[in-house]
Ligand binder design. Structure first.
Ligand code: PLP
Length: 837
């Protein structure tokens, strides 16, 4: 199976690895950079491309990561430590270079020494494409978690898929979203290391059969399958200044060398070679749906491919270290499931333990149910994964048998606890009965796990009161909350160098590892000179935003205006529509000669799922309103609007530091947590937001006087169901009535009559789940408070500083410390520094 033969005559000894440690300073890095640039990539004076300097620097950095990568792995083996395997269909990593430079402590040295050669580090960093293997918050959370695990020196490995095409690139043409494929692997990714020696074989299809082994014990086997190879590619995950480098292992699908001889003999050699191509399609493309299940067979294939390959990889490593005795497996391993996407891991671990390692059900179940932990990411019913039983039967017949057995045993436990309560058994069954029975993946994940968590306090509370109520009654101790966080390395130290320097000067440098120390900044909010410095930094960060917006949208953003930003996936529950309605209202006020007091630049960004028509229409509305506003010389003195195309991690790295006002305006009870809210807060933006997700905790930490709250509560939203009257609300609100009238007049679609009718109908629909009309007046009034607060420069700056000062809780280091304390219970492993072995 491995393409490599073992050496026959030679036997390498330790001296092969007897290398001096690589220089960890600017000049040493620069020498290696020169070597790779000139000797490896063969560039000369004529080369003007920023791509080769990027490649050469990346390889020089990778050498340094590699030293620490090996010693981290060796130290984890020696420690015989417990490990966590973080399974996720998405890792939204963004760029790796600036992060590697910072975490290795080489950023300043590299900038200086490259500058001496006439090169600008930022320009080289900008040549790197984002690794966009995720949709939004869920995938970015996985990336922040890996950074925190490496920084806390926890033995955690990420497992994901190496999609050939990541999240699509978004163009805006005539105001419409246009999708282009993101072929991020085309020019090669210098960070990844192919590991063909760890290739795994994954099965699909076929059927199951019974057999008896030589001891007369009955077993099941899965036969007549179509097999696909899973080839791992490893990405290094450096911790912050600590010599730890953890691993993100991404699986790529490849055809086996097996061959349909029947077809070959029938003379269709090209056809049977071509058929092998199908295998490689599994990891071809990331599904671009956020908070929406997709129900496609290829997606289930992806999910099983990840689960099976990753568990096999863990088993291989276990056997390497412990042999085939699984007695202590559960003490030494934990699988954290990032949403239900990898939930098929539950029956897959059962299958491997029973069918491949011959454990009894009871022992296999004890291991499985003590190693799996599940994180829920959404309450939206349209996002809850269910797979048709018939699809399972066809694609994964052995897993379906195991799921049925898990369900039978589980339902008998329910019956034992609530005898005769058939309705409860029906509600809790892993199989939803009906014309087309479905497997409920969230319930499978709960039954198979020892821990189930939500991602913010409100979200976890709503889970146990609603969707998972029956399960909470059965197993209250399984359920817990882990409020999300973001890594302060990327989202503060790296993306906001001005603020980093100010913080280092005022509170020392330890905050990067202990973000709660930001509290020490709070007294400085009363210091006028500090506020002045704070203002300067924000101002220059706003200039970077303005430059980016000018280049991408050709709209001028004057930096003395309030910078108001809503960037996130475009989804009705996130209510970009509420924001744009308010902008239409401001436009009307300016047109009738009013002075807003505070001039404002509003920026939107985010991708709509290609099949989500309403979300795409909202993008079009934003762009049409922007065109009218920006082109009107009377209006644009007070209001500018832009939609930045292709919102992604590297764009957020510019936006978070240069934003004054962060828009977190989802319908209460719908946003599980949000993490964009945290990145903005850390960088000193004020939030206008509903009592939803982590906004609630943000407001608790910063104090209600430093947060702009509006809108219905989650309870009020629920109570509104059934007697919501948007048309009555519109009629009795002059501001909203005027806004709707202007929208309905066709003013923003003069040459495209009627294109916004579906949007208008959705606002006026008594069944509008997002209650846009209900929150309009509250939002408008709170925006007036924002405008007033911005007028008072000193007050605003004080509030801004306090937002940063109280943001420490939202470090993903805190989140990961809680996962480790309550769920994983891993000991940190400290590898020796290179050269100190
Ligand atoms: C942080 C982040 C998100 C999540 O944003 P929310 O506002 O929490 O939805 C999505 N996409 C990117 C690129 C991000 O950096």
């Amino acid at each position: 199976m491995s393409p490599f033969k073992d050496l026959r005559e030679s036997s390498p000894n330790d001296s092969l690895f007897d290398l001096p440690p690589l220089a960890m300073d600017g000049p040493g890095l620069a020498r290696d950079f020169q070597h790779y640039y000139a000797h490896n990539f063969g560039r000369d004076r004529d080369c003007r491309s920023s791509y080769y300097p990027y490649k050469a620097l990346a390889v020089a950095l990778r050498d340094r990561l590699m030293e620490r990568w090996k010693s981290t792995r060796a130290a984890q083996d020696v420690a015989n430590c417990k490990r966590t395997h973080y399974l996720s269909l998405e890792f939204l990593m963004g760029r790796a270079m600036s992060n590697a430079l910072m975490n290795l402590g080489l950023a300043e040295g590299a900038a200086k020494n490259l500058h001496d050669m006439g090169l600008i580090l930022e320009e080289i960093e900008a040549a790197e494409m984002d690794a966009g293997l995720g949709n939004g918050g869920l995938g970015r959370l996985a990336a922040c978690f890996l950074d925190s695990c490496a920084t806390l020196q926890l033995p955690v490995k990420g497992y994901g898929l190496r999609y050939e095409y990541g999240m699509f690139r978004q163009l805006i043409e005539n105001g419409h979203q246009v999708e282009e494929p993101d072929h991020w692997l085309r020019d090669g990714v210098p960070w990844e290391l192919e590991r063909p020696e760890y290739t795994q074989r994954i099965r699909f299809g076929g059927r199951t059969e019974d057999y008896t082994d030589e001891h007369g014990r009955p077993h099941k086997r899965w036969v007549d399958t179509n097999n696909v190879l899973a080839v791992p590619y490893d990405i290094p995950i450096p911790g912050y200044l600590n010599d730890t480098v953890n691993t993100l292992r991404l699986w790529s699908a490849a055809a086996t060398d097996e061959f349909d001889l029947g077809e070959f003999n029938a003379g269709s050699y090209p056809e049977s070679v071509a058929a092998k191509n199908d295998a490689e399609h599994i990891t071809m493309v990331l599904y671009p749906n956020d908070a929406n299940e997709c129900g496609k067979e290829l997606r289930l294939r992806q999910q099983y491919f990840l689960a099976s390959a990753s568990i096999k990889d863990v088993m291989r490593d276990w056997i390497r270290l412990h042999g085939k005795d699984f007695t202590h497996f559960a003490e030494k391993n934990c699988f954290q499931l990032n949403d239900t996407h990898p939930a098929v891991s539950v029956p897959e671990l059962m299958r491997q333990l029973m069918d491949e390692h011959y454990l009894e059900w009871k022992d296999a179940w004890a291991i499985t149910s003590q190693t799996m932990a599940y994180t829920n990411h959404t309450l939206l019913p349209e996002a809850l994964e269910r797979w048709p039983v018939r699809l399972f039967a066809q694609l994964l017949p052995r897993l379906l048998e195991i799921i049925y057995e898990i369900n039978a045993r589980f339902l008998s436990e329910v019956a034992g606890r609530w005898p005769g309560d058939m309705d409860r058994q029906r509600r809790m069954s892993l199989i939803e009965e009906g014309d087309d029975p479905q497997v409920r993946m969230a319930f499978l994940a709960i039954v198979g796990s020892f821990s189930v968590n939500g991602v913010a306090a409100l979200h976890s509370e709503l889970l146990i009161r609603g969707l998972f109520r029956d399960f909470y009654e059965l197993w209250p101790d399984k359920f817990n909350n882990k409020t999300n966080g973001v890594t302060p390395r990327r989202w503060l130290a790296m993306c906001n160098p001005g603020l980093r320097e100010l913080l280092n000067d005022t509170i020392g440098e330890d905050w990067v590892n202990d973000l709660s120390l930001l509290e020490r900044l709070a007294p400085s909010a009363e210091d006028a000179a500090m506020r002045e410095r704070w203002d300067k930094i924000k101002q220059s960060n706003k200039e970077r935003v303005a430059t980016m917006v000018k280049a991408a949208c050709d709209v001028d953003f004057p930096t003395e205006f309030l910078f108001d930003v809503q960037v996130k996936r475009i989804h009705e529950y996130k209510r970009q529509l509420l924001n744009v309605l308010h902008l239409i209202y401001l436009y009307a006020r300016i047109k009738r000669g009013e002075d807003l007091g505070t001039p404002r630049c509003t920026l939107f960004g985010g991708k709509a799922a290609p099949g989500y028509e309403m979300a795409k229409r909202i993008i079009k509305l934003i762009n049409n309103v922007a065109a009218v506003v920006n082109a009107d010389p009377k209006v644009n003195k007070q209001l500018r609007i832009a939609f930045i195309p292709d919102y992604r991690v590297s764009v957020m790295e510019v936006l978070a530091p240069g934003t004054d006002l962060s828009e977190q305006i989802s319908t209460a009870g719908k946003e599980a947590s949000g993490t964009g809210n945290m990145k903005f807060m850390m960088n000193g933006a004020l939030t206008i937001g509903t009592l939803d997700g982590a906004n609630i905790e943000i407001r608790d930490k910063v104090g209600d006087e430093n947060f702009f709250l509006f809108g219905l509560t989650a309870e009020e939203v629920e109570r509104t169901r059934g007697h919501y009257d948007p048309n009555g609300i519109i009629a009795s609100s002059p501001a909203l009535a005027e806004t709707m009238a202007l929208l309905e007049s066709g003013h923003f679609c003069q040459f495209e009559q009627g294109i916004f009718d579906p949007i208008i109908h959705s606002i006026r629909d008594p069944n509008d789940p997002w209650l846009t009309a209900a929150d309009f007046d509250s939002y408008r009034q709170t925006q007036e408070q924002v405008a007033e607060a911005y007028q008072d420069r000193e007050r605003w700056l004080r509030m801004s500083m306090l937002n940063t000062a109280h943001s420490g809780y939202f470090s993903s280091d805190r989140t990961i410390a809680e996962y480790n304390r309550d769920i994983w219970r891993l000991d940190p492993v400290r590898p020796p520094a290179p050269g100190k072995r």
